[in-house]
Design a protein around this ligand. Structure first.
Ligand code: ADP
Ligand code: MG
Ligand code: MG
Length: 900
């Protein structure tokens, strides 16, 4: 230990510890969210029990050195001494014992994922002191038995069930219902049994030395950073593994000292709906985890107004103060000790997407934040849930029971009773609903894969509810009418019994539990979301197009705010049951005349498709990509055909007319067979070999344009040539399109502006972009194929085989088919855009792969100056917000550059 000046004991320079008075909310990285906010509240003068934070840096040092870092022990000792002085109690003192909580707290809040220990400092001696001091022996023993259980669970890994079983037996033998009814004598007996449980299961006695308790607890909290559920949670929320957790040491206040005591959780606004009204739950005469763990069913915070009016008033004032200070909805934990209110935690509240949107709009209207801040706060991945279906209100439902509406959204699925089954079933069969009496953090892998969660116990702030809201999963909690037998795998509800695999539906917005599978309805954008989207449109600079192949999709996309079609895959129009036979006839044609005849039959169909798209997009561009896939995709599969032929042989009908037809078909399919179709005869290569196919499509497009113009529709056709690798390919079609347009427009006596462009999806095209420019009005990056060809991965093989492993093992940071690979694929996009725009500043460039709907990729598109992104209709609203966020980020970077 460093020498210290006697008169000024705080002279020791702290390296690993910061006291609550010293920190603030901006030190989250160092103090974790909980520590930073405890410091902030302390400085704001709120009643926070004194304490200090062991930093995340200490945790990282612990992981590096595999032991508590040097100097930490001294700092802890010193800090404990200061705490003793503040509280006028001594740690381990049998007459006036200081008791503390040891609380984990990481940078990003991970509710319930790591561990917290309350009442540390109790042993056989100090428990007597606590009894003396409080004048309440029962209370002291209650704290002690809780401490033994929590400590042994967190530090030694002794499972809670051992203790709970003893507790249950005790209650039965005393013929009482609740823990509160047990006497001091009962609790003393319980403690003896608890200690035996520890000895048996941990292989060592429960530690009586309080210093030892403290060290073991701190280490255990560090270790809890790497427990299974914390690791899964981090992966899910993309929290870096190396961040580490802080540990908060805080002097205890007691909510279990009697009926003028209590503990609770409070949200400054309703986290489900966003309504501006206090929302929360509390329990009188209870400690810490009781509310979140769902041990007893808590009371609504509104009851406190009657039961403890003074406290309620102070609590609402404090809530308002914290919300104004943080300028965001707060999730507050508090404890009342003998009519005194203490604040134990505050953080920005997790909320449903609906509540996130509503509060964002309200905060702007209340002048608390700007529109830009409102947009920046939204999490597009989370908002995705608003674009999910709900239950059609016109359907008559067989509602079995109603629980708490813990997280909105509707879901149907097959019942599973444990997380592991949820995981394996969802892989194989698809949709499951996880049904539990109560979820614990260990269930998280099941919660992730389930469509929704149903629990029979636990309140609105139970783990299941909090986690489900964070993930945007439908959840119904505390449905007491549902009897769940986790072991027998049975759900009894309203006189009916369900087994694993039976279908059930839940509606997390109303709490309804519904028999069987339920039809879900289309999405409607709320007024608040429309407001937010209009703000996003004011901010963003990139256009948002949609990928739509059919007029219905196009209409939906317009409703969602798409400003045009960025990609219409014409082949999707060929798969309809009335179309496919004609397409096949076209492919099987022996000569040009037969092929032209088939194409003549296809032309009016294709033309009417285009008319539909023009109408839906009236006044906005429609980008049509000419036929892309290899022809064999339109023909039956060879194995099937061979089987049919085998049947003919078996029946001796191999010379029949049908058999001869089949033989021709097989020959054709064989001749079209390719070793690697992805790199074979497809896209413009097909178009060059069979120009009559593309001619038909081009003609259909311009004729549709003419007819639409006559009908008063404003048409803006964009024609796009796929898979160009060499400029001559594009040049070939550029000439054909121009002359055909001229011919059709002249004949019709009307005309419109149109554009010709190319998809850039072959690396060579990107590298030689300057050669393409003379023939292109736009470049549309087909980043799906471009990613395949740049990485040399075939997507189907990669995602089915090695890619998941790659991402798990961090060989790749993420799936490049979901998030655009900036360094490789992105570089090609950037390069081609720069080359293109240099020669032709009016050139429009955008992304039409799946990346067009991915926020991170959209960010990159903004950075490299693309003009638009195109994504599926249901992602259009998210893309509008993501594009606004990207613009704000770009502006900020820009102004930072100018400053420095
Ligand atoms: P979690 O991250 O799981 O919420 P916390 O560290 O917040 O864990 O602790 C859980 C609960 O324990 C708190 O909400 C509070 O009710 C109780 N608690 C923690 N520290 C103290 C303390 N010093 N005094 C009284 N209760 C405490
Ligand atoms: Mg905890
Ligand atoms: Mg907490």
């Amino acid at each position: 230990m460093r020498p210290m000046i006697q008169t000024e004991p705080t002279q020791l320079t702290y390296r690993w510890i910061m006291h609550f008075e010293e920190g603030n909310k901006d030190l989250k990285q160092l103090l974790g969210g909980k520590g930073a906010n405890l410091a902030e509240m302390t400085r704001a003068g709120l009643a926070v029990p004194p304490g200090f934070t062991i930093t995340t840096e200490a945790c990282r040092a612990y992981y590096q050195g595999h032991q508590l870092p040097e100097g930490l022990l001294d700092e802890m000792k010193q800090s404990m001494t200061e705490l003793e002085q503040k509280k006028d109690q001594r740690f381990g003192d049998p007459t006036a014992p200081l008791l503390i909580s040891v609380r984990s707290g990481s940078v990003n809040s991970m509710p319930g994922m790591m561990d917290t220990i309350l009442n540390l400092g109790l042993n056989d001696e100090t428990v007597k002191g606590l009894a003396e001091l409080s004048g309440n022996e029962r209370f002291a023993l209650d704290c002690y038995r809780r401490f033994i259980q929590m400590f042994s669970n967190v530090v030694f890994g002794v499972e809670g069930v051992y203790f709970e079983k003893i507790l249950r037996t005790m209650k039965q033998s005393r013929k009482v219902e609740t823990d509160q009814q047990l006497t001091a004598q009962d609790l003393a007996e319980l403690i003896v049994s608890y200690k035996n449980v520890v000895k048996t299961n941990a292989g060592k006695p429960f530690p009586q030395d309080v210093q030892e308790q403290l060290l073991l607890a701190v280490e255990a909290v560090f270790r809890s950073w790497n427990n299974h559920r914390a690791i899964i949670y981090r992966r899910l929320h993309a929290i870096p593994d190396e961040q580490g957790t802080a540990v908060n040491i805080q002097s205890m206040v007691f909510g279990n000292l009697g009926d003028d005591c209590g503990t609770g959780v409070l949200f400054t606004r309703n986290p489900s709906t966003g309504e501006r009204k206090l929302f929360g739950e509390y329990l009188t005469n209870a400690q810490g985890e009781d509310v979140v763990a769902g041990v007893r069913t808590p009371k609504a915070i509104s009851e406190m107004e009657v039961e403890m009016p003074e406290i309620y008033k102070l609590l609402s004032e404090t809530a308002a103060q914290l919300e104004a200070h943080y300028r965001d909805v707060q999730d507050i934990e508090f404890t009342i000790e003998k009519n005194r209110l203490y604040m134990l935690q505050t953080r920005n509240a997790k909320r449903t997407a609906q509540a996130a949107v509503k509060t964002a709009v309200d905060f702007v209207n209340e002048d608390m934040i700007t529109k830009a801040e409102a947009i920046e706060r939204l999490d597009t991945a989370h908002l995705n849930q608003l674009l999910h279906p709900s239950i059609d209100p016109s359907i008559t439902l067989n509602v079995l029971a109603t629980g708490l509406p813990a997280s909105p959204g509707a879901a149907s699925g097959q019942i599973v009773f444990d997380a592991d089954t949820a995981e394996s079933w969802s892989k194989k069969q698809g949709k499951v609903i996880l049904v539990r009496s109560e979820t614990t953090p260990e269930d998280i892998h099941g919660v992730i894969v389930a469509q929704g969660i149903l629990t029979s116990h636990g309140g609105m702030t139970s783990h299941a509810a909090v986690v489900a809201r964070g993930m945007g999963k439908p959840c119904v909690c505390g449905c007491e009418a549902a009897e769940v037998d986790d072991e027998l795998k049975q759900l009894s509800i309203n006189g009916r019994t369900y087994q694993e695999g039976d279908w059930i539906s839940i509606d997390g917005a109303t709490g309804r539990v519904i028999d069987g599978k339920v039809e879900l309805t289309d999405v409607n954008l709320s007024d608040e979301l429309l407001t937010v989207l209009s703000w996003a449109d004011e901010i963003r600079s990139m256009k948002i197009y949609t990928n739509a192949d059919h007029p219905e999709d196009a209409r939906k996309a317009r409703e969602f705010g798409a400003e045009g079609i960025g990609l219409c895959r014409t082949e999707h129009m060929f798969f309809g049951h009335d179309r496919l036979p004609v397409v096949q006839a076209m492919i099987l044609a022996e000569n040009l005349r037969d092929r032209l005849e088939a194409l003549d039959r296809l032309l009016p169909m294709q033309q009417s498709d285009f008319e539909g798209l023009f109408k839906a997009m009236d006044g906005y561009p429609v980008t049509v990509r000419l036929l892309d896939p290899p022809l064999h995709e339109f023909l039956p599969n060879l194995d099937e055909l061979n089987e049919q032929m085998a049947d003919f042989l078996k029946n001796g009908r191999e010379q029949s007319n049908d058999a001869n037809k089949l033989r021709t078909l097989i020959k054709k399919v064989r001749s079209l067979h390719e070793v690697n179709p992805m790199l074979g005869q497809r896209g413009c290569r097909l178009g060059i070999l069979y120009p009559e196919i593309y001619d038909m499509q081009i003609r259909a497009l311009f004729q549709a344009a003419v007819i639409s113009i006559h009908k008063g529709v404003e048409v803006i056709p964009h024609i796009m040539i796929p898979l160009v690798g060499h400029y001559t390919e594009l040049k070939f079609f550029h000439e054909r399109i121009t002359s055909m347009a001229l011919e059709i427009f002249t004949a019709a006596g009307v005309e419109c502006d149109y554009e010709i462009g190319t998809m850039i999806e072959v690396p060579r095209a990107a590298l030689t972009a300057e050669k393409l420019v003379p023939y292109a009005d736009f470049f549309s990056y087909g980043t799906n194929d471009l990613t395949q060809m740049t990485f040399g991965y075939s997507r189907d093989d990669a995602e089915g085989k090695f890619l998941t492993y790659y991402v798990d093992q961090k060989v790749l940071p993420n799936n490049p088919f979901q998030v655009l690979d900036r360094d490789g694929v992105g570089q090609l996009v950037d390069l081609a855009t720069q080359k293109g725009k240099k020669l032709k500043p009016t050139l429009q460039a955008g992304v039409c792969g799946e990346h067009g709907g991915d926020p991170e990729s959209i960010m990159y598109c903004q950075e490299i100056g693309l003009d638009y992104v195109s994504c599926s209709p249901y992602r259009v609203p998210l893309a509008r917000i993501a594009a606004a966020q990207a613009k704000l980020a770009a502006d900020r970077r820009h102004s930072n550059c100018n400053l420095s």
